[in-house]
Design a protein around this ligand. Structure first.
Ligand code: G4P
Length: 542
C-alpha cells in the first residue's frame, strides 16, 4: 500500500468527558464494533475483576483505575482508528492534556442529564486551542435527561462552539423511543429488551427508512404527543440552523451532535458512520520550519508522554511518540533533534491495552511506544535526519499543590535526583525558589493522584521515603513582562501577593493562595502577563 493511502486511512482521536458520562462504556463499544475485543467488560477496570485491559501498574490495579494513557488501535470499515485514552477520574493529570496534543480530533461525550460538566470544559479548552474537529455524543438517553435544545444551547454558550444535530431524539409517552437521522432521513427505533440482551450490536432495530418526518412510518412509531413534538423540533431546527459547514467543523467551530445510549449500543452506528465520513485524516503540523505535511516521505514525530515502569518486571520506561509524517520502520535510525544524536528504533511497540506488539512499520497518525533509557523528554522531536522541531507541548497551570518532606535526611541526594527526574519526565511540576532566596520545593499537579505517583515512585525507584504535606497555594501562573523585557524575580516578588518561584525550565511562576490575589495582581500590575499555560520550549540540538 502506498504511503498516502496508509496515512489517508488513519483517524487519531480521543474521547473527552467528565467522569461517569460513559467514556469507558463508549470506548468498549467502539472496540466491540471494531472487532478489537470480543467480550463486553474487558475494558472496564473494576476492583476485584481480573484482567481489566488498561491496568498496567500495580498501583492502578489496587485502585481499579487507570493511571496510564493507553492507545487503542483497531481497524474499522477500511480505516485505522487510533483511540487515545485520556485519563479521567482521580487520575486526571497533565498527561490528559498532553494526549490532546497528539490527536487530530475528539469526541465530546455528555451525560444527557448533566450537560457540560467541569472536566469536559477543561478538556474542551485544550481542543479549542488546537482548533481540532469535535464530535458531540449525548449519552444516557435511555434515562430521563435534559431537553435537547437546552443541551445545544449550553454547548453553544458555555463552550462557544456551534452545534449541528445529525440525529435527534424522539419520544413516545415521554419515554425515549429512538432517533431521527436528519441527514439520512431515517428513524432508528430503540428496543430496550433487545438492547440489554445483546452485548455487541443490534440494540437499535433496523432503521425505518422514511421520506421525511411526515412519513406514516414515523407517525406509527410515535404517539400523537411525541409526533407533534418531533414536528415542532424539526421546524425549530430548520429555522434555527444553517446547513452543515465542513470547513467550520474541521476548524473546530461546529460540532456534529448525536444522541444515544452507549451501554445499550444505541445510536452508535449512526454516530460511527458519520464519524468515519467526517473525521479527517492527519493534517500538517506546525514546526519551527513551517508546517510539515503528513505525506512528506521523511519520517518525523514528537514525544507527548513518558510512562515509566509500566511493567514492574521489566522496569522499563516508554516514550509515546505521535508519528506526524512519513513511515517508521522497525530498526530505523532516527535523529533526536534536541541532542543532535542518532538513535535506533529497535522495538517500536503498539499498545493494544494490555498487549504489546512490536510493529514492523507505522505511519503518520499512529502512536508508538519507544523503549527509552532516559534520552527522550516530552516534546522531543525525532526525524529521519532533518533538524526541525515540532511545536512543543505547553505546560498547564496546576490546580493542586504540595510540599514533600524527606523522612530520612541522609537520603537528600537521592531525593534531589529522583524528584528532578520525575519533574523532567512530566510526572509532576516542580517549583524552586529563585537564586538568592530559600524556601521549600513545591510540587504542582492537575490531579491529586500525581502526588501519590511521585511518592510511590520515589520509594520504589529511588529508595526515598517522603511525606506529602499541604501548602496554602491554590493557583499558579507563568509570568512574563508585557513589554518583553527580562523579568526580575525580586521586583515581581515586591509587586504581587504570592510566592515567586521558578519551574524546571527556569521560567518564573507565581503561586497564589486565593483567586482574589491573582485578580488583584492582574489589576494593579498589568506590566506583567499572567499565563495559564507556558509554551513548550523547543530546545535545539548543537
Ligand atoms: P466513565 O468512564 O466516563 O467514568 O463512565 P463509565 O463508562 O464507567 O460509565 C459510568 C456509569 O454510567 C456506568 O454505570 C455505566 O454503566 C453507565 N452508563 C454508560 N452509558 C450509559 C447509558 O447509555 N445509559 C445508562 N443508563 N447508563 C450508562 P455504573 O453503575 O457506574 O457501572 P456498571 O456497574 O453499570 O458498570
Amino acid at each position: 500500500m502506498s504511503l498516502p493511502h496508509e496515512i489517508g486511512r488513519r483517524r487519531t482521536f480521543a474521547i473527552i468527558s467528565h467522569p461517569d458520562a460513559g467514556k469507558t462504556t463508549l470506548t468498549e463499544k467502539l472496540l466491540l464494533y471494531g472487532g478489537a475485543i470480543q467480550v463486553a467488560g474487558a475494558v472496564k477496570a473494576k476492583r476485584g475483576r481480573a484482567s481489566a485491559v488498561s491496568d498496567w501498574m500495580e498501583m492502578e490495579r489496587e485502585r481499579g483505575i487507570s493511571i496510564t494513557t493507553s492507545v487503542l488501535a483497531f481497524p474499522y470499515r477500511g480505516l485505522q482508528l487510533n483511540l487515545l485514552d485520556t485519563p479521567g477520574h482521580a487520575d486526571f493529570s497533565e498527561d490528559t492534556y498532553r494526549t490532546l496534543h497528539a490527536v487530530d480530533g475528539a469526541v465530546m461525550l455528555l451525560d444527557s442529564a448533566k450537560g457540560v460538566e467541569a472536566q469536559t470544559r477543561k478538556l474542551f479548552r485544550v481542543c479549542r486551542q488546537r482548533a481540532i474537529p469535535i464530535f458531540t455524543f449525548v449519552n444516557k438517553l435511555d434515562r430521563p435527561g435534559r431537553d435537547a435544545f437546552d443541551l445545544i444551547g449550553e454547548v453553544e454558550s458555555v463552550l462557544g462552539i456551534g452545534v449541528y444535530p445529525v440525529t435527534w431524539p424522539i419520544f413516545r409517552g415521554g419515554t425515549f423511543r429512538g432517533v431521527w437521522h436528519r441527514v439520512r432521513q431515517r428513524v432508528y427505533l430503540f428496543d430496550k429488551e433487545h438492547a440489554t440482551s445483546s452485548s455487541t450490536a443490534g440494540a437499535e432495530r433496523p432503521p425505518v427508512e422514511v421520506t421525511g418526518i411526515d412519513d406514516p412510518a414515523v407517525k406509527e412509531a410515535l404517539d400523537e404527543r411525541g409526533y407533534d413534538q418531533l414536528r415542532h423540533d424539526a421546524e425549530l431546527l430548520e429555522a434555527a440552523g444553517d446547513g452543515f459547514d465542513s470547513a467550520k467543523f474541521e476548524g473546530g467551530q461546529l460540532s456534529p451532535m448525536f444522541f444515544g445510549s452507549a451501554v445499550n449500543n444505541f445510536g452508535l452506528e449512526a454516530f460511527l458512520e458519520t464519524f468515519c465520513e467526517l473525521m479527517p485524516p492527519p493534517r500538517a503540523r506546525p514546526s519551527d520550519q513551517g508546517p510539515v505535511e503528513p505525506a512528506r516521505p521523511e519520517f518525523s514525530g514528537f514525544v507527548f508522554k513518558i510512562q515509566a515502569n509500566m511493567d514492574r518486571a521489566h522496569r522499563d520506561r516508554v516514550a509515546f511518540l505521535r508519528i506526524c509524517s512519513g513511515k517508521m520502520v522497525k530498526g530505523m535510525k532516527v535523529r533526536h533533534v534536541r541532542s543532535g544524536k542518532d538513535l535506533r528504533l529497535a522495538n517500536p511497540t503498539v499498545f493494544m491495552a494490555r498487549d504489546r506488539t512490536t510493529v514492523e512499520e507505522s505511519f503518520a497518525g499512529d502512536v508508538v511506544g519507544l523503549h527509552d533509557t532516559g534520552t527522550l523528554e516530552i516534546g522531543d522531536t525525532l526525524t529521519e535526519g532533518s533538524s526541525f522541531s515540532y511545536e512543543g507541548i505547553p505546560s498547564f497551570a496546576p490546580e493542586h499543590f504540595r510540599r514533600l518532606a524527606l523522612v530520612d535526611p541522609l537520603k537528600r541526594k537521592q531525593f534531589a535526583r529522583g524528584i528532578e527526574q520525575l519533574a523532567q519526565e512530566g510526572t509532576v511540576q516542580l517549583y524552586r525558589p529563585p537564586a538568592g532566596r530559600t524556601g521549600d520545593l513545591v510540587l504542582g499537579a492537575l490531579g491529586q493522584l500525581q502526588f501519590e505517583v511521585v511518592k510511590y515512585r520515589l520509594e520504589a525507584e529511588y529508595g526515598v521515603e517522603v511525606r506529602v504535606e499541604a501548602v496554602p497555594w491554590q493557583l499558579a501562573r507563568w509570568v512574563h513582562r508585557a513589554d518583553g523585557q527580562p523579568l526580575d524575580p525580586a521586583a515581581l516578588h515586591e509587586a504581587v501577593e504570592g510566592l515567586v518561584v521558578l519551574d524546571v525550565r527556569q521560567r518564573p511562576v507565581v503561586l497564589f493562595d486565593r483567586e482574589w490575589a491573582l485578580r488583584s495582581a492582574e489589576k494593579f500590575h498589568p506590566e506583567y502577563v499572567y499565563a495559564e499555560t507556558a509554551s513548550g520550549v523547543v530546545v535545539r540540538g548543537a
